[in-house]
Design a binder for this molecule. Sequence first.
Ligand SMILES: C[S@@+](CC[C@H](N)C(=O)[O-])C[C@H]1O[C@@H](n2cnc3c(N)ncnc32)[C@H](O)[C@@H]1O
Length: 244
Amino acid sequence: MAFFSTRTGQFTYFSLQVGEPLWRGKKVLDFGGNIGNILLDTNSTIDEDRYWCLDLDRDAIEKGRASFPKSHWFFYNRYCFAFNPYGIPHLPIPDPGQTFDYIVAYSVFTNTTETDMLELVSQLEALLARNGALAFTFIDPYHFSSPGRNNFQWRLELERERGNISDSEMKDIAGRAQGAKWFMLVNGGDLYLETEDIRPYEPEQQKTCYVYHTEEYMKTLFPRATILPPVNNEMQHCCIIRKS
Ligand SMILES: C[S@@+](CC[C@H](N)C(=O)[O-])C[C@H]1O[C@@H](n2cnc3c(N)ncnc32)[C@H](O)[C@@H]1O
């Protein structure tokens, strides 16, 4: 089923994180950029014709292309539990024929397994131009983005409101997740702690897969990276890898 992102503010977020508001003249790859909402950010300084978007939602790519015809849009048929359950597992990123000054991925690896994240980040790093920066987000479950509840409690309360879990299930899941370095919440109520060994789900049953990593754990996965807390009232941390 097509997914069109309604999120905005991605440019403000990434420009604050990389410390550079002027992206004019820079080539930008928006990995998992969906319909290209980053271009709609009122602060965006991205040139439409220097923007590439790669996503595994075919309809989102077509919609993005219709809105921004001067940009470059690519469908990427890789398997993803929530967004492309019929895709091809481990399909390499297609060669875009160039390197990029900025590669961004907003809320992409918050929906993929850790194996996928490590594989894809390494392929994206190879697409960086000299002095380029790769910036992608992750969610630390224990970070308090708003007073009174941490990021994971926020998600669990949403799943309870949506009727996917009961109040007691919510408390049970929160308790079991406590202290884990990373975990996945599948279809709103199935918690997997520090493992990708999940039970089989038919493609039609693959609805959501929210993946959480602590800041400390991300530092061990990406020792060369700069890890920054959320900005702009968002809940996602940022991991930045620069090519010198
Ligand atoms: C939560 S949405 C965020 C979309 C967009 N970055 C934004 O901020 O509006 C996640 C997006 O990542 C895409 N995605 C997930 N895994 C991907 C992968 N392995 N390669 C490319 N796109 C991916 C999904 O299709 C979806 O469009």
